[in-house]
Design a protein around this ligand. Sequence first.
Ligand SMILES: NC(=O)c1ccc[n+]([C@@H]2O[C@H](COP(=O)([O-])OP(=O)(O)OC[C@H]3O[C@@H](n4cnc5c(N)ncnc54)[C@H](OP(=O)(O)O)[C@@H]3O)[C@@H](O)[C@H]2O)c1
Length: 281
Amino acid sequence: MRPAAMTETVWAALRALRAGERAILPDPAWTDAARAAFDLYAPLARGAAGEAPFLFAQVGQSLDGRVATVTGDAADVSGREGLRHLHRCRALADAVVIGVRTALTDNPRLTVRLCDGASPARVVIDPRGRLPADARVLAEDGARRLVVQACDIDRPAGVEVVRLPDSAGWIRPEAIGLALARRGLARILVEGGGVTIAGFLEAGLLDRLHVSIAPLIIGAGPTGLRTAPIARLADALRPETFVYGLDTDVVFDCALAPGGNASTSRWPTRQVDAAIAVRRA
Ligand SMILES: NC(=O)c1ccc[n+]([C@@H]2O[C@H](COP(=O)([O-])OP(=O)(O)OC[C@H]3O[C@@H](n4cnc5c(N)ncnc54)[C@H](OP(=O)(O)O)[C@@H]3O)[C@@H](O)[C@H]2O)c1
């Protein structure tokens, strides 16, 4: 495990990398911990090698893999540095995506408050129109707000509706990624909950998965990743993983695509081309 300590200089370098200054390299004068902080976020700041959407997920969980109690208390699962880590992930994204159950139970703001950087666009996947108009995620604050839905329902003024087809209530995660990329939101943080992250993971669309573990045991409650059960450990996903110590939390950085870069082959090529054409227009 590499101890990682973010500094103003390293964060500025990462933000420059994010802005497209590709020559940014770690400074040899940095401490090992500062260099580790750069290495943790650099794949997110670089984004895709090609022009397909770049998707990453972050889940903050307990030692026993829980993200909330049985009553839905989820406010303080991550420690101080785990929360800062989450806000840095948001600041490096164009858009942050959550499932409607997270919006209903946590009523999150999804803004960047614990580091320098702009708040990303906020996206809620709400196929059946369950999200109330006064949800904090839809509040007007200058950031774009989008709802992905499979029904015809009006949303508050200023909220962009992404209407997609569903099959038995499920919208293909590929269609969601491409629809967001077409709207100029190609670097996408999937923040939860477990059902939503699992959908993108099982569709093979995540480039990177950060599992941030805080030293508490909850005992019962929802888990961070709700993937389909497997019978044999031989079938378990075993991504190449890098481990970073962030003082209060430990982050497992899983590289799900070769080199951590998006492979256009995981996206339907014709549709990726269409998304890029729209973004460039
Ligand atoms: N610690 C963390 O990092 C973290 C982060 C976020 C959330 N959480 C916790 O996670 C829990 C909620 O997670 P969850 O897994 O129960 O729910 P969730 O992932 O927040 O939301 C799931 C719901 O979103 C909709 N949805 C998501 N993807 C969809 C798709 N591809 N197509 C159609 N609908 C889709 C569906 O809505 P319908 O039900 O309407 O069909 C689905 O049931 C809460 O306790 C929250 O506190 C923890």
